[in-house]
Design a protein around this ligand. Structure first.
Ligand code: COA
Length: 329
């Protein structure tokens, strides 16, 4: 059987750093509140002329270089995002042109779980023989969709992009995947206007309905249930247990969520990767950005097992168990 494995990893972060003290100049908040409630100290914000596909370009090029491939080698491009450049065409098509690819390209939208969903799509294409080399990008400029006068949401998010190259391989790299969705409570985390249900009007703009609205406590409760459950299911699908996991790499939304999940999974906290302090919640980008940090810091060894776990609006959740097949840096 043909398997899919990660052969390239890349990341891109916009230059502008916004600290908690900067946020405290915009809304009534403090560095102390943000740090103790979320673990975040600073985040990156895209430049005015950067949209989601522009962030994706940097990550995708870095992943291609890491894999030793040229754009012409790629036969599938999947972009996970919830802040596409525009409603249509997809950010994947815009990114395809910027990279000089000529392969099929489309977006996968599962909010902060988008990257895990995108991995599933690319893995299935490779395992079935419909693709051999897929570029999977998680990119979000979610701060464009945030109300910077709403302290409950604006302190949480940042912008960035990460990418994997997945290739057909004899040795399995992507082991088991679990995906889930429960669309019965969309209001827990949503952007109500700007789609076909509520097209843009002067009123929707005035009411701030094009911005992220969130019930933080509901999302928190959901996350600490969903992450352990989907991790265990994906591990079972991989014939592994939590003891086999070298690194749990959860979507970076809140340090308190990561700590609670570590306890619930009986995992030492140092095996739960976190870079939320510097990046905040970068939505679909957070998991590949985290893997890139682990990889470039020399923390990954061939044979290591990574549990990549996402959750977010939808509600959606999902986990992909990865055996690290790249040679050590
Ligand atoms: N600065 C200062 N005070 C703030 C604040 C901020 N940035 N944001 C909210 N507050 C206030 C609230 O208004 C509230 O005040 P009140 O009691 O006077 O009304 C108080 O802090 C407590 O708010 P609460 O919502 O209970 O805080 P919390 O401990 O639940 O933390 C979150 C809020 C958003 C940090 C937390 O719920 C969370 O992280 N949830 C998950 C969100 C998430 O992960 N979203 C993305 C999923 S992909």
């Amino acid at each position: 059987m043909t398997h899919a494995a990660i052969t390239g990893v890349g990341a891109y972060l916009p230059e502008r750093i916004v600290t908690n003290d900067d946020m405290a100049k915009m809304v009534e908040t403090s560095d102390e509140w943000i740090r103790t409630r979320t673990g975040i100290r600073e985040r990156r914000i895209a430049a005015e002329d950067q949209a989601t596909s522009d962030l994706g370009v940097g990550a995708a090029r870095a992943a291609l270089t890491d894999a030793g491939l040229a754009p012409a080698d790629i036969d599938l491009l999947v972009v996970g995002t919830s802040s596409p450049d525009m409603v249509m065409p997809s950010s994947a098509c815009l990114l395809q042109a910027k990279l000089g690819l000529s392969c099929p390209a489309f977006d996968v939208m599962a909010a902060c779980t988008s990257f895990i969903y995108a991995i599933q799509v690319a893995t299935s294409a490779i395992e079935s023989g419909r693709a051999r080399r897929a570029l999977v990008v998680g990119a979000d400029a979610l701060t464009r969709l945030i109300d910077f006068s709403d302290r409950r949401t604006c302190v949480l998010f940042g912008d960035g992009a990460g990418a994997f190259v997945l290739e057909a391989n004899d040795e399995p790299g992507i082991l088991g995947i679990d995906l889930g969705a429960d669309g019965s409570k969309p209001e827990v985390l949503q952007i109500p206007a700007g789609g076909s249900a509520m097209p843009a009007t002067c009123q929707t703009v005035e009411d701030g309905l094009h911005f992220v609205q969130m019930n933080g406590q509901e999302v928190f409760k959901f996350a600490v249930r969903a992450i352990p459950a989907t991790t265990k299911k994906a591990l079972a699908a991989s014939d592994l247990t939590i003891d086999d996991v070298t690194w749990l790499v959860p979507h970076q939304a809140n340090q308190r969520i990561l700590d609670t999940v570590a306890d619930r999974l009986h995992l030492p906290h140092e095996r739960v990767f976190s870079n939320i302090e510097c990046l905040g919640n970068t939505s679909a980008a957070s998991i590949p950005l985290a893997v890139n940090d682990l990889y470039t810091s020399g923390s990954l060894r061939r044979g290591d097992v990574l549990a990549l776990v996402g959750f977010g609006a939808g509600l959606t959740w999902g986990a992909a168990i990865v055996r690290w097949t790249k040679e050590d840096l």
